[in-house]
Design a protein around this ligand. Structure first.
Ligand code: DI6
Ligand code: FE
Length: 392
């Protein structure tokens, strides 16, 4: 006896199979049956008529900076007048202005703000959202951000420690001392409190070098934590190859990655996470190496990169549309980017990202004629129902 079954559904399983007249059953928070409706001859305690809706795996946003205080609308205005993102960062604005606001906010205020933002992801059928720290840059605020992320309700949260996001004011001119502090105090304390699922670094001219990144990764390794990397977003520092060297779950951004970097990712089995929201918002011109990623068979995930500075984007669906219009991904690649490959970018591929027996009962029903319509329509959000397994 299954808990529930959805009949009269079209299923895009994201394993390659599309079932036009299907049934999907769940039991104990897991998918317990998927297939053609005419082959369904089992029983379920509750029966739902999907009325011809499409069922897809719930979306997974594998790269966000969702917890922070304030916003940077003013910097947006400055950039429209000609200032660059890097100039604003060098003048003490940028990430540091969000750091000041986040340090000053209480845990309760941060939860309320992030929870309000998160309602957009829930409305668009997402059930898993990765959330990074990195607007604290001191021990207490980094831990506060991670605690806040863990308190968010309505989705499964994966927390990533990004203490090495940028250099805080009190360490100006002492980047290596800051990395010591991150490695010796902040990350171990966060790991001790079991607040960290993965460790990330912003490896960039305006942030941390390859050598500094490697030190943080060595520390993550000692603590038994997987790594990810903000790599090659604004310049080619060889971030993709470095991420691959450490067997990273993912390397993210990648606009400036070289062919060798891409080959290294393929060899390591790391996922390429593309972030079209930041590309769009910063009006970048350099496209990520899509052809090389395809040629090398690197799995491509997509994410919103939601953050107040470079990607104030709260819509997985719009991120998919942008990936197609700006990066020329196919709608199928875009959907895989927010399901199957996003799960892999978080190390959750055994339990999430496809409609398969044994995986979490995380899926969404959509009133659309074809899955491509989700990616094509802008601002439509035709989600009729979202189902989520409570505990993962
Ligand atoms: N890369 C980004 O695009 C964001 N962080 C990062 O490492 C920007 C974050 C911000 O501007 O607040
Ligand atoms: Fe980011």
């Amino acid at each position: 006896m299954h808990d529930a079954v959805w009949l009269n559904a079209k299923l895009a399983t994201m394993t390659g199979a599309v079932i036009r007249d299907g049934a999907l059953a769940t039991s104990g928070g897991r998918i317990s049956w998927v297939g053609e409706r005419h082959q369904w001859n089992e029983k379920a305690r509750s029966e739902h008529d999907a009325r011809g809706a499409w069922i897809l795996p719930a979306f997974i946003d594998c790269h966000t900076h969702l917890v922070y205080a304030g916003n940077r609308a003013h910097e947006f205005e400055l950039r429209l007048k000609g200032a660059s993102y890097e100039e604003i960062a060098k003048a003490g604005g940028g990430i540091l202005s969000t750091v000041r606001a986040t340090r000053g906010a209480s845990e309760k205020e941060l939860v309320a703000a992030a929870q309000r933002r998160l309602s957009r992801w829930v409305a668009e059928g997402a059930t898993v959202v990765e959330v990074k720290s990195g607007y604290g840059l001191d021990r207490d605020t980094e831990l506060k951000m991670l605690r806040v992320a863990r308190l968010l309700a309505g989705v499964t949260v994966r927390t990533t420690f990004l203490g090495a996001h940028t250099l805080p004011e009190e360490y100006q001119g002492r980047a290596d001392a800051y990395i010591d502090f991150v490695c010796e105090e902040v990350l171990p304390a966060a790991a001790e409190e079991k607040l960290v699922d993965a460790v990330d670094v912003f490896c960039e001219r305006i942030a941390f070098s390859r050598a500094q990144t490697a030190r943080v990764f060595d520390c993550a390794k000692r603590l038994g934590l997987p790594v990810k990397l903000h790599a090659d977003q604004l310049s080619d520092l060889g971030g993709a190859a470095l991420a691959a060297e450490y067997g990273a779950l993912s390397a993210d951004h990648l606009e400036y990655s070289s062919e060798q970097g891409v080959a290294a990712l393929a060899h390591a089995g790391s996922v390429a996470v593309l972030l079209p929201g930041a590309f769009y918002f910063l009006r970048e011109a350099r496209l990520p190496p899509i052809a090389a990623l395809r040629r090398n068979g690197v799995p491509i995930a997509l994410a919103t990169d939601h953050n107040p500075g470079s990607s104030p984007l709260s819509s997985p669906l719009l991120a998919m549309n942008m990936a197609c219009t700006l990066f020329r991904l196919t709608p199928e690649e875009a959907l895989a980017g927010f399901t199957r490959n996003a799960a892999r970018a978080l190390g959750m591929q055994a339990t999430h990202g496809t409609l398969e027996v044994g995986k979490a009962a995380d899926f969404a029903l959509w009133e659309i004629d074809s899955p491509a319509e989700l990616v094509y329509a802008i601002g439509a959000a035709p989600c009729v129902r979202r189902e989520r397994a409570d505990k993962w």
